[in-house]
Design a binder for this molecule. Sequence first.
Ligand SMILES: Cc1cc2nc3c(=O)[nH]c(=O)nc-3n(C[C@H](O)[C@H](O)[C@H](O)COP(=O)(O)OP(=O)(O)OC[C@H]3O[C@@H](n4cnc5c(N)ncnc54)[C@H](O)[C@@H]3O)c2cc1C
Length: 254
Amino acid sequence: MKMYPAGQPKSTDEAPYLYEFESMGLNVPRYLQWLVKRLGEPHKDLPGPPVRFLRGYVPSLKAAAELVPGASLVINATGLGAKNLEDVRDDKMYPIRGQTVLVYAPRFRDPKVARCYSRITKEGATYVIPRALSGQVILGGTFDVRKTDTLSPSADVTDRILRNCVELAPELLPETADPNDPTAYVTLDVLRNNIGVRPAREGGVRVELDKPLHVDGHDVGVIHAYGIASYGVAAEVGALVDQWRSTHGPRAKL
Ligand SMILES: Cc1cc2nc3c(=O)[nH]c(=O)nc-3n(C[C@H](O)[C@H](O)[C@H](O)COP(=O)(O)OP(=O)(O)OC[C@H]3O[C@@H](n4cnc5c(N)ncnc54)[C@H](O)[C@@H]3O)c2cc1C
């Protein structure tokens, strides 16, 4: 990772440093589709696919455990839903509304051009996140803590996001546009305006083995994994699964 002075900060609350580092980039929608497909496909060491997907609302973790007779473990990754589950009721959970804009920027298909950018100040965050090799780029964004009064994207916010992101990454513009023209951002090809709520938690993420549930006379382990999502959380949950199974052994194939 390189760190160097960013020149004259634009305001007093802007950090006078830039960080630059190399990392892996994913196309998240494609990655998730690939994961679902892989987990649902037959496996050479198992009689069927590793995972059977069921979709539906469950009022409690106990109700989730009862969906799979003989289940030994429930992993609770319900995000904001952890607030409403009857046997969790985590009042530390709260929503953070966010608006982003998905654009098509053909120059970003080239991995040498596509870069992530982010600038965070007291006024808000500006970020540019390429979806690997596709030319699609997520531009953001807003961070409205505990606000859910409206979940419709605002045209003014879209305008601000586009303008700020082009200032940060002029290569978002088509090659024909003039990067010195302050109105050039209007030429961006907007594919979609997104708005949604992020799950957040006072005190941070909850990843832990909880006391077991009692279902049909058996102990069913409970692992919580909510408040954030990342590969790191999945690795930690994997270790907790091993911990539970080392003392309780497997019962049903989940
Ligand atoms: C606008 C916006 C931009 C974002 N940008 C980024 C980004 O650039 N990078 C990044 O890392 N993250 C980003 N995030 C955050 C990211 O989306 C979340 O961190 C992530 O979705 C959390 O994943 P999760 O699986 O923990 O929870 P969720 O995605 O909230 O999944 C929880 C699931 O549990 C289900 N559920 C809840 N309760 C029940 C119940 N009782 N019964 C059955 N099902 C239930 C829900 O339906 C949902 O499917 C963004 C979020 C928003 C809104």
